[in-house]
Write a protein that binds this ligand. Sequence first.
Ligand SMILES: Nc1ncnc2c1ncn2[C@@H]1O[C@H](COP(=O)(O)OP(=O)(O)OP(=O)(O)O)[C@@H](O)[C@H]1O
Ligand SMILES: [Mg+2]
Length: 255
Amino acid sequence: MTRLICVSSGKGGTGKTTTTSNLGAALTHFGSDTIVLDANLTNPNLGFHLGIPLYPKTLHDVLKGDAHITEAMYIHNSGLRVVPAGLSIEDLVDTSPDNLSDVLLDTVGEPDFVLVDSAAGLGNESINAIEASDEVLVVTNPNLPAVTDALKTVNIAEEAGTDVLGVVLNRVNGHESELDAEEVESMLGYQVIMDVPEHNKVQEALSVKKPVVHHEPDHHVSERFKAVAAEVANIEYEPDLREKGFFAKFMEKFK
Ligand SMILES: Nc1ncnc2c1ncn2[C@@H]1O[C@H](COP(=O)(O)OP(=O)(O)OP(=O)(O)O)[C@@H](O)[C@H]1O
Ligand SMILES: [Mg+2]
């Protein structure tokens, strides 16, 4: 059965697109047939995260009724399928997120997962994405403003009858001032599936238009995204979360 999962946060810049692309990459790595879809209609950038070139048909065309979803689906060389959104201002004319639910229903049946990368804020665009999905994965950061916005996302999901899968606590620096996983869990009422550190490897991966799971598959940050995928897909997986120093990496080359 296809599972429609919305990646949402309320606050901008928490790492929704990073989580969507890496979760998509990791689910594909585990053998799950996965589609990622850019439902951030005003500021789409999932295509950049995955190195998808400019494309003639996008989700905007599908929402306008000018294309079928299969025409706007690009196959990444990893096997992950990607539905990007249009980048031009004209794409926004006559595009309504209200049709998203019907578009998503058109994907049901075939893939194991459809991951919906949501817009920031709690406007029509993101509420529609939550309502159109079966489950929500909340991405937040370890500070009060981000978690407060995440709580609004949780409330919207609960009102919409969309299950909350859990929380990815992203961009953790380990500062004393940060909220820890337990505090975030008690504020949101849902389990933190994994905390992901703030790490320059994530930025480096974006600069070469790859999810970090593809850029450096064995890196501990990649392992954390794989652990999230394993939890989501109910796969047994023991991630190697050790931070590997120069010596460990050097020795690995001789394994
Ligand atoms: N764990 C991390 N470590 C370092 N940088 C990160 C991490 N997660 C995300 N980033 C960076 O933060 C920026 C914002 O991430 P991303 O685009 O995934 O957020 P978003 O929630 O999708 O933003 P928006 O609300 O604008 O859609 C990007 O430059 C990304 O590379
Ligand atoms: Mg985004």
